[in-house]
Design a protein around this ligand. Structure first.
Ligand SMILES: [Zn+2]
Length: 555
């Protein structure tokens, strides 16, 4: 009976179905209501804004509103008439959603142009929602341009995009544009509280605030984190659970290390590091948190017109010099210890020059010091640093080939569409022998359940490793793909890369780097079926935790 029920992601279950259910975005919603009520909805509309802010939700609600047979006086669709219901359930023939990021999407655009002129079948108005529209190719836009100039009376185009600057000007001039903004922390907290109340789960308010801040304005990311917390913890959700999931250090440790760093109390600082390692915290994430906390403190001083203490500046300089890409003996731990010990060396007379970065890692020092612009904002949280947008500011959400996050990973690994078979020696001339990489990939693909058991032994890494798949190995860098609807976890995985690298190295028997991409899983070659069974079993556990509590795991 329960077999047909799939776990539905929170963000889907809690997707707004009417304008009234939209959180925030007051200006956009008011304009849309007015357009609906006056019958002046444009034929081509563009929703732009950061990922996870509700662009396609707005498009679907608008699609309902222009088709609803029982429109509310405030312009809200009724969500009950046949048109509203068929749109909500994804059954409406005349609502066509196209993901322009996929090849299938481009084919669909040619297809839609051919069928554009036919009258609607089950709705009053045919609506085309084109998501990730900035990825539409030149051919695709050419196919659309004429239709946008003279659309049939009964057609509405709705584009959604995180990168409107990539649109051809000829298109931009033909659309009515709505800018959807990031959510505030308060807006996100409000929605998460409603979800938790409906779920009847007890939660530490600090945990909710932490999630809201970490999501950096993306509601879908916030809901994804909460989803993961709800399914991976039982009982009350604590702030510590959030830190566990994301590998964050507690504020107390960050403060303790900073005090030790500034005052030159190496023994206390080292004991903080001991504690972090005992609890399996990622020192790279800890360094980010520490750098950001220190930077906040200096900016506070500067902003208030206070002189920054030389000892603080010196501490910041020592942290900035840390090369996060340096592996091998001591690694990051040793550098964090050296930063503590260096405090005893007088620095005011001649500030030490920035040490030259290690070979092959030109920007490492600068990278450690870099802090996202968002940190300058109102939120004092040190945890800001791990915010998804901040972690990879230049990487489009659905990018096929995001830039490697560390200079060390000079990977030009295979793009996501390429099946492993194309990783032949001929495809990578001149590189490290390509065959070992291909071997590693095959070993990873076939041994993935084993990898899951190694890395998943750490409970906080389990959701990450279960959600990703190996899609490429090149020059000893393993590319892990995450489903784009969980793009947030790609960012989390990037922050915990050293844990993943350790686990993969254990399996492969040699050191490897890791890079993470978010991609359309439909384009990722499936793993051997046993892995899917492991996943399905795990998913079953997740959904029916109680029912299956006594069933031994069959692995
Ligand atoms: Zn309706």
């Amino acid at each position: 009976m329960t077999e047909g029920i799939a776990h539905q992601a929170l963000y889907r279950r809690w997707r707004a179905q009417t304008f009234s259910e939209i959180v925030g975005q007051e200006a956009v919603v008011a304009t849309l209501r007015n357009a609906v009520l006056t019958g002046r909805v444009a034929h081509a509309i563009l929703f732009t804004g950061p990922r996870g802010t509700g662009k396609t939700s707005l498009a679907r609600i608008l699609a309902k509103a222009v088709n609803c047979s029982n429109l509310a006086p405030n312009g809200d669709p009724c969500d009950r008439c046949p048109a509203c219901v068929s749109i909500r359930e994804g059954r409406a023939l005349d609502l066509v959603e196209i993901d322009a990021a996929s090849n299938r999407g481009i084919d669909s655009i040619r297809d839609l142009r051919d069928r554009l002129a036919y009258a609607p079948q089950d709705l009053r108005r045919k609506v085309y929602i084109l998501d990730e529209a900035h990825q539409i190719t030149k051919d695709g836009w050419n196919a659309l341009l004429k239709s946008l100039e003279e659309p049939p009376e009964f057609v509405t185009f709705m584009f959604a995009s995180t990168h409107p600057q990539d649109f051809p000007p000829a298109i931009l001039s033909r659309v009515q544009r709505f800018d959807v903004r990031r959510f505030t922390v308060a807006e996100i907290v409000g929605k998460l509280d409603r979800i938790l109340a409906a779920d009847g789960r007890d939660v530490d308010p600090e945990a909710v605030r932490l999630v809201a801040r970490l999501a950096a304005g993306g509601m879908r990311d916030a809901e994804s984190i909460l989803d993961q917390l709800l399914s991976s913890t039982s009982g009350r959700i604590e702030a510590e659970d959030v830190r566990d999931l994301l590998g964050l250090a507690d504020a107390e440790s960050v403060r303790g290390y900073l005090v030790a760093l500034v005052s030159g109390d190496a023994a206390s600082g080292i004991s903080v590091l001991d504690g972090l390692e005992e609890r399996g915290r990622d020192l790279r994430v800890f360094l980010d948190q520490t750098v950001e906390a220190l930077r906040d403190r200096m900016l506070d001083d500067v902003g208030a017109g206070r002189p920054v203490e030389p000892a603080v500046v010196s501490a910041a300089r020592r942290l900035a010099a840390i090369d996060t890409s340096r592996l091998g003996a001591g690694g990051l731990r040793l550098q964090l210890e050296l930063a503590l010990l260096d405090a005893s060396i007088p620095s005011s007379a001649s500030p030490p020059p920035l040490p030259a970065p290690g070979p092959g890692s030109p920007g490492a020092a600068g990278q450690a010091a870099a802090t996202p612009a968002s940190a300058r904002g109102a939120e004092p949280a040190v945890e800001h640093r791990v915010a998804p947008e901040a972690a990879s500011p230049a990487v489009p959400t659905k990018a096929a080939v995001p830039a490697p996050a560390t200079p060390r990973a000079k990977a030009t690994a295979a793009p996501k569409q390429e099946p492993p078979a194309q990783l032949s020696p001929a495809a990578a001339p001149g590189a490290e022998p390509a065959t070992p990489g291909a071997d590693d990939l095959e070993r990873l693909r076939h041994g993935w359940p084993h990898v899951i058991s190694i890395i998943g032994a750490n409970p906080s890494l389990r959701p990450l490793i279960l959600d990703c798949r190996p899609i490429g190995v090149e020059a000893n860098v393993v590319t892990l793909a995450f489903p784009e609807e969980k793009a947030f976890f790609k960012d989390v995985a990037e922050r915990r890369r050293s844990n993943l690298e350790t686990g993969l190295a254990q399996f492969l028997g040699h050191d490897v780097g890791v890079r993470c991409v978010a991609t359309n899983f439909e384009l990722v070659p499936p793993l051997p079926s046993d892995v899917d069974e492991a996943r399905i079993l795990d998913e079953a556990h997740r959904i029916f935790a109680e029912d299956l509590a006594d069933v031994p795991e069959i692995t």
